[in-house]
Design a protein around this ligand. Structure first.
Ligand SMILES: Nc1ncnc2c1ncn2[C@@H]1O[C@H](COP(=O)(O)OP(=O)(O)OP(=O)(O)O)[C@@H](O)[C@H]1O
Ligand SMILES: [Mg+2]
Length: 248
């Protein structure tokens, strides 16, 4: 169960943005997707969410082939995504941002729906520590908090699979630490999480396994320790992967 990507390729003219990429994100696990700028990470998210048609390959959610389904249909089936460029409804409050997403995702009698929406709002404000800023307009928030709101808004659609595109960009150290705890909790709740992130410390701390893309190809898959020790990965990053911490 979860997300299964098989042999996906995407070409932009002469550029092979993705070549034969296969990976899966299983429920209860956090899978890291890393790689240098331009490696194809966001393109892969676009393929999974139906925003980019692949030249080849399949994407399955809980075994179901998503071919031909719109982004909206995929979201309804349980795909949730946050964007590399923070995208919030700026003139709405934090609570309203969550409420709008919840209301789009919910169906049923209006009355029952508004109660459910309120419950989802309160639960997520609490869970993500956003209660103090619930009534603040989204466009007045620091970027780090905005990232948390975007996550809350995505969670309001009750996804099974969560695709996070550089969610820690703009967060300070305290926010990132809290964020990693939130990710752990979400995985424990059974979500499948695919995490694109340049913050290597975060990736190494939270991911159960890591996939490394370089020029559209997977060059390494393994545990955080295996990936960090891999010479090809180190070469791709030109030595910017932090050294393995030793307890000696
Ligand atoms: N719509 C497009 N048309 C043409 N080329 C594109 C398009 N989208 C992405 N590319 C190119 O495809 C390659 C992969 O881009 P992508 O945005 O997926 O990389 P990324 O791994 O997300 O990088 P970053 O870490 O900088 O976000 C890059 O060379 C990029 O310029
Ligand atoms: Mg990107």
């Amino acid at each position: 169960m979860g997300l299964d990507i098989q042999e996906v390729s995407v070409r932009f003219g002469g550029l092979a943005a993705l070549s034969d990429v296969s990976l899966s994100a299983t429920e209860g696990a956090i899978t890291g997707l890393i790689g240098p700028n331009g490696a194809g990470k966001t393109t892969l998210f676009n393929v999974v969410t139906g925003m980019q048609r692949p030249n080849a390959g399949t994407v399955r959610l809980d075994g179901r082939d998503l071919r031909g389904l719109s982004s909206y249909r995929r979201a309804r089936l349980g795909l949730g995504r946050t964007f590399q460029r923070l995208e919030l409804f700026g003139t709405l409050t934090v609570a309203e941002n969550i409420g709008v997403a919840a209301s789009i995702a919910q169906r049923g009698a209006i009355k029952a729906r508004s109660r459910v929406i309120q419950e989802i709002q309160e639960e997520l404000l609490e869970k993500l520590g956003l209660t103090p800023v619930a009534d603040n307009r989204a466009d007045t928030l620091p970027t780090g908090t905005g990232r948390i709101v975007e996550l809350a808004r995505t969670l309001a659609t009750r996804p099974k699979v969560l695709l996070l595109d550089e969610p820690a960009a703009g967060q300070d150290t305290g926010e990132t630490k809290r964020f990693s705890e939130v990710l752990h909790d979400l995985a424990n709740d059974g979500l499948a999480i695919l995490l694109v992130e340049h913050d290597m410390e975060l990736v190494m701390n939270v991911c159960h396994s890591v996939v490394v893309l370089d020029y559209g190809r997977i060059i390494c898959t393994g545990s955080p320790e295996e990936v960090r020790a891999d010479p090809e990965v180190q070469a791709a990053y030109l030595g910017t992967v932090p050294a393995v911490a030793t307890n000696a």
